[in-house]
Write a protein that binds this ligand. Sequence first.
Ligand code: NAD
Length: 296
Amino acid sequence: MAANIIDGKAFAATVREKVAGHVTRLKEEHGITPGLAVVLVGEDPASQVYVRSKGKQTVEVGMNSFEHKLDAATSEADLLALIDQLNNDPTVHGILVQMPLPKHLDEDLVINSIAPQKDVDGFHISNVGLLATGQKSMVPCTPLGCLMMLRDYHGSLSGMDAVVIGRSNIVGKPMAQLLLGESCTVTIAHSRTKDLPDVVRRADIVVAAVGRPEMVPADWIKEGATVIDVGINRIERDGKKKLVGDVDFAPCAERAGAITPVPGGVGPMTIACLLANTVTACCRANNLAEPEGLTA
Ligand code: NAD
């Protein structure tokens, strides 16, 4: 049986449309324009591409985009001073500091200096704690995007067996918390997991967030399972550069019930969820009803 392909590109477009609708309402009914500030330190080429794309999409949905590009040698004190200024700026509802930072800057310190209610990446320790205890928080964008796709496909996830491969703070752990919040039975697998194939074979939902090209073969996938592939791996095959996920897509698609492709699956959802988080943060800051369907 060939799986349903979950089209993240199309889904992300519907999320952006919803966000744009809320932005219009905030402007027309309340005179408020949501604003997202993105801080980039240094000249990492991949980070520059991400920041450009985030800025472009922010403007496309009608929000204000504030870009702060700092020199690679910027001191920690200067970066923290900028974050403090953004924390206190009422036109800024979301703040994102693009990672990775140059080595001399303490990433944890920087993230935890962002006001939690403006932490649209959801990495601040307060938001991590709120998510872990099932309270209202800012949810990391990539796992939020995965959750939206799973909810859209299944409706209720209650009682399903979910395996998350990868235990990073930005994907694996928050993904597991979200699935637990949906009443799944959750297993977090990682590089030291014994008999990973056996663990994955039990799963109704597999989320792969490892960063190893096509490491999940078809015979690990339970017939009819839903497979969410977070991995983004650049490889060269037959002399051509290619983007592949952590899942061996074509054979896995023969066994799965539904599967996300790479590219065009989880990737496009991440920025869409950043925009969703910014509009949510703006509504919360102004004591307005939160947009439905854009939060966890
Ligand atoms: P990470 O390197 O921080 O974490 C990888 C995790 O995989 C670790 O917890 C590790 O224990 C686990 N792991 C490593 N080897 C393993 C193995 N052989 N078996 C089982 N588990 C193993 O990575 P990350 O930041 O969580 O990102 C994971 C992947 O997701 C990367 O390819 C990254 O590019 C991609 N990613 C995509 C998006 C997106 O928007 N689609 C966002 C973030 C990350």
